[in-house]
Ligand binder design. Structure first.
Ligand code: CTP
Length: 143
């Protein structure tokens, strides 16, 4: 991935139970924008998580998830959003939307089109193998 030093990147997620895969994602984004760039994490509000991940039990509430993410050196700010889409990003001054390989649904497709029309770059990064919040919960249950 080419560097985009000084630019602002955003990425979407729930980021409950922060784990190595999340830290790697933020580290890779920071590598792209450099120390002078900005990394904004779009963090889904509690009310919408159950709606989009049925049966998913959250461990940390929004204020806690926000505080945890904002303690990371790789991240500048965690910003609340309800639903992935243009409304969530239209008031944010950013250059790059970073997504994971699972971000393929119609909402993301619409957002990708909007990014193309509005001069924003979309960068897809691979996931870190072998870890996820779901997997972490399973491992802990088995301890
Ligand atoms: N991510 C990653 N590597 C992982 C896990 C997540 O790069 N091992 C990235 C995803 O691609 C996404 C972001 O982290 O861009 C947020 O993912 P999230 O759904 O919060 O994390 P998961 O661990 O995948 O959670 P779950 O198991 O609940 O789906």
């Amino acid at each position: 991935m080419e560097k985009r030093f000084g630019q602002t990147a955003i990425t979407f997620g729930v980021f409950d139970l922060l784990h190595f895969g999340h830290f790697e994602l933020f580290r890779k984004i920071r590598e792209i924008v450099g120390p002078e760039g900005k990394v904004y994490v779009m963090l889904q509000i509690d009310e919408m998580i159950e709606k989009f991940k049925p049966g998913c039990k959250r461990v940390y509430d929004f204020p806690t998830r926000q505080k945890m993410i904002e303690t990371l050196r790789t991240v500048d700010k965690a910003i609340p959003y309800d639903i992935v889409g243009i409304d969530a990003v239209k008031n944010i001054d950013f250059d790059i939307l970073v997504v994971g390989p699972e971000h393929t649904n119609e909402r993301f497709q619409r957002l990708f089109r909007w990014c193309a029309e509005n001069g924003k770059e979309v960068v897809a990064l691979p996931r870190t193998e072998g870890i996820s919040t779901t997997r972490l919960k399973e491992i802990i249950q088995d301890l």
